[in-house]
Design a protein around this ligand. Structure first.
Ligand SMILES: [Zn+2]
Length: 342
């Protein structure tokens, strides 16, 4: 069968389409024929190499996976061959105190397809039965692959970490990103007033179409100044920050007294500072977020599956053209999810 593997870290040209042996499902695992796999910033980070982390090589990327169940291994009791499914991207031990409390994304053995174990840039993949979630008949594999990681991340940031309330003002950075497009829709659905940022008229229009009440052009406008103008100098209750160094100081200046900033991803860099005088006197909360729990994924997918939240698809490429797919995401040309089709 075909799979795309990397043998070393680097630019998109390290992605190699190769013939590899077919996997077989072990105990408690099912075999999935992958039909669509969405890219995330995580794919670019792992491909380029993450300082301080080593990945066994060769490695297969791809965290957002949808396909058909081909076979169920020994001990599987629920999942049936023929099901159309997506895979929960996060995997954990299912035995520790965090897992048993339902906080599996705090598990010391928490991992993600394409990150700590082989991912979905392949024709066939063995996956734990508990990660398999059935999709509605009217859902395409592309839509199913576009949903899990970003809606899970946005849900955990907004509902679990920031605990947003109806009527609050929320700033969502980078509407064109997967997390941004998911967070805008979710915050609007939860009756918040949403300010989004986007680069250029076309992406700004698409942010408005997702429901954002105000959109700031992050190429031409000063985000903090615009937020102060839009909120009568008050600032926002919550900032959904996933950009990192490039926007960190500006994001802090957008916070109202008592505001919460939730951060993940740090796609432009990890270094960030905070003036402690502002942190304590304005009583801000700075909150980290990583993925979300399996229970939260099922919860948010209820909304996705009845189309109360829409996966946003930018473009799909054949698996053989995965280098172009990576380049499009790396150049930030996309709006929504870039997908490869094995
Ligand atoms: Zn655990």
């Amino acid at each position: 069968m075909k799979a795309v593997r990397i043998h070393r870290h680097g630019a998109p040209d390290v992605l190699q389409l190769e013939d590899v042996p077919e996997p077989s499902p072990g105990p408690g695992e099912v075999l999935i024929r992958v039909r669509a796999c969405a890219l995330n910033r995580l794919d670019l980070a792992v491909r380029a190499g993450i300082p301080g982390m080593t990945f066994p090589m060769p490695h297969v990327l791809g965290s957002d996976i949808a396909g058909e169940v081909v076979a169920a291994g020994p001990g599987c009791t629920r999942v049936q061959p023929g099901w159309r499914v997506l895979l929960a991207p996060g995997l954990s031990c299912r035995q520790c105190e965090h897992c048993l409390a339902g906080n599996d994304n705090l598990c010391r053995r928490y991992s993600v397809f394409g990150y700590g174990r082989p991912g979905g840039n392949t024709e066939l993949l063995a996956a734990p039965e508990y990660s398999v979630i059935r999709i509605p008949d009217d859902f395409s594999f592309e839509e199913a692959a576009a949903a899990p990681l970003v809606f899970l991340t946005a849900w955990h940031m907004l509902c679990n970490r920031a605990r947003i309330q109806p009527g609050e003002q929320v700033l969502v950075l980078a509407a064109s990103s997967g997390v941004g497009s998911a967070a805008i829709q979710l915050a609007v659905k939860l009756q918040c007033e949403v300010i989004a940022t986007a680069g250029g008229e076309e992406k700004m229009a698409r942010a408005r179409a997702l429901g954002a009440h105000h959109v700031i052009d992050h190429y031409r406008q000063d985000i903090a100044a615009e937020v102060r103008r839009l909120t009568a100098k008050r600032g926002v209750d919550v900032v959904i920050e996933h950009v990192g160094s490039a926007t960190w100081q500006s994001s802090l200046r957008c916070l109202a007294p008592g505001g919460r900033l939730v951060t993940c991803g740090a796609t432009t860099g990890f270094d960030a500072g905070v003036d402690l005088r502002y942190l304590f006197s304005k009583q801000w909360s700075l909150l980290g977020s990583f993925m979300g729990t399996l229970g939260e994924l099922h919860q948010v997918l209820h909304l996705v599956f009845r189309r109360a939240l829409q996966p946003v698809i930018d473009r799909a490429y054949p698996l053989a053209e995965i280098r172009a797919a990576h380049q499009r995401l790396e150049d930030r040309q996309q709006f929504g999810k870039v997908i490869v089709l094995p």
